[in-house]
Design a binder for this molecule. Structure first.
Ligand code: 5AD
Ligand code: SF4
Length: 440
């Protein structure tokens, strides 16, 4: 164990599941080096903030939160910024928030202990900003939050260049991890009692084993689905361009592979899709939806939508609405377009004002809400297997999650533990969740 002066740390995480999992790796790495984690900034000597820069709002929050930490935490603390804003802004962070002394992007987390040693040795400001490494894949000390459900990173970065997106700049080029490494981690987790695994990547389905190119994402899914002890395997996020039929075939053949696909479409008009550089047309996308709709399993389909991309006319927007109506998504995340530094779209003309973007966003959300009310109601009378997540004292209901990733709250005469699986009869539905009763 390295002798460290800073012994306690506090970490706060913002952003996607990749960031949540990165924080698990950071926590594991620091704990291994003798640090202990505390729940309050005031009790910590080291304060870490893992950040997101996907939209401007997320980024603005970073600097206000950093000021707040300074107040909450009191004097004499060390502050570090991790994640996508760290990578994107680099040393500029020191200027905007002079109390910060460490800035470290997601590809450099294995170097964190060394960076901290440099600070303790008298360094004023240290950075870890290289992007060309994949060494964070095999971090041996991940501290997972849940004893039942685990994330595994299978691919880092992104080689696409969607005109609105910061990810290629904040997470670098695509690097796939070896299938052998992934399977070893999955087996180890299953042996420890984990039953659900979520495979992570910005472009999870662009996966290709660097040591054996014949192992693509569908082959990897099949292999993980056979790991003894696993009951659920999920994956996110898929890019439509690389979403090939063998992925659906694998899901059809093995119930361990969850019947849920998150397939961000972003927009319904070919003109906007081309301007976004999404590399598919509406027809290409709808073909993939058809594969899923024809599956003998009922596959839940979810998506991301951006409204108000530069040049999006009312007619383009109507095409997004008609696509949403045609697919009938099970759930959706929708956003107003936010111009981001370094991206191709930042300089594009014909940007829409915030009011109009807001109007379009509300229409999308209302439309989707009606679809969810209808689709969830169709499940009344069905029996769904859930994984128990907890108990809600307020409502007296257990909280469960279905294979399709819906929340299903239920009553039960029995006592359950988080991580248990059981069947629940769906008796009621709302726009965002289902309710029911445990069967037997
Ligand atoms: N503005 C708005 N939404 C964005 N997303 C990514 N970049 C932007 C941006 N600049 C959305 C996309 C993506 C999701 C994670 O965030 O819909 O799929
Ligand atoms: Fe946010 Fe994207 Fe970074 Fe995830 S990868 S934290 S969504 S900017």
């Amino acid at each position: 164990m390295v002798d460290t002066l800073m012994r306690t740390f506090y970490i706060e995480t913002f952003g996607c599941q990749m960031n949540v999992h990165d924080s698990e790796k950071v926590i594991g790495t620091l704990v291994e080096k003798g640090y202990s984690r505390v729940e309050e900034p005031a009790d910590a000597e080291l304060i870490l903030y893992n950040t997101c820069s996907i939209r401007d709002k997320a980024e603005q929050k970073v600097f206000s939160r950093l000021q707040q930490f300074k107040k909450e935490a009191g004097k004499g603390k060390t502050f570090g910024v991790l994640g996508c804003v760290a990578q994107q802004e680099g040393e500029k962070i020191f200027e905007r928030a002079p109390h910060v002394s460490l800035v470290c992007g997601s590809a450099s987390y294995t170097k964190l202990p060394q960076l901290l040693v440099q600070l303790e040795a008298g360094g004023k400001r240290v950075t870890g900003l290289s992007l060309d490494t994949d060494e964070t894949f095999e971090t041996p000390y991940t501290r997972r939050d849940s004893p039942h459900r685990a994330y595994i990173t299978i691919i880092e970065g992104c080689d696409k260049s969607c005109a609105y997106c910061v990810v290629p700049f904040t997470r670098g080029p695509e690097r796939s991890r070896t299938a052998a490494g992934i399977l070893a981690e999955a087996r180890e987790l299953a042996d420890m009692g984990y039953t659900e695994i979520q495979l992570l990547g910005q472009n999870v389905n662009s996966y290709r084993d660097p040591s054996d190119a014949s192992q693509d994402f569908a082959a990897l899914l099949r292999a993980i689905g056979r790991v003894p002890g696993l009951k659920r395997v999920r994956f996110t996020t898929s890019h439509p361009r690389d979403f090939v039929k063998p992925i659906i075939d694998a899901i059809d053949e093995n119930p361990v592979l969850c019947n849920h696909v998150h397939l961000p479409v972003q927009a319904g008009s070919d003109k906007v899709l081309a301007a976004m550089r999404r590399l598919y047309t509406r027809d290409d996308y709808m073909r993939r939806i058809e594969w899923m709709k024809r599956s003998p399993r009922r596959i839940a389909i979810t998506t991301d939508i951006i409204v108000g991309f530069p040049g999006e006319t009312e007619e383009d927007f109507q095409q997004t609405l008609s696509l949403i109506g045609g697919v009938e998504y099970d759930s959706m995340f929708s956003f107003k377009y936010s111009p981001r530094p370094n991206t191709a779209a930042v300089g594009m003309a014909d940007s829409l004002d915030e009011l109009e973007k807001g109007r379009r966003l509300s229409i999308v959300q209302e439309r989707q809400r009606a679809i969810q009310i209808r689709r969830n109601a169709e499940l009344i009378g069905a029996t769904e297997e859930v994984m128990v997540e907890g108990f809600n004292q307020g409502t007296g209901q257990w909280i469960g999650r279905t294979g399709q990733n819906r929340t299903l709250n239920f009553t039960s005469p029995g006592t359950h533990r988080p991580g248990d699986y059981l069947d629940v009869l769906v008796t009621r539905s709302g726009p965002n969740s289902l309710a029911g009763e445990a069967v037997n």
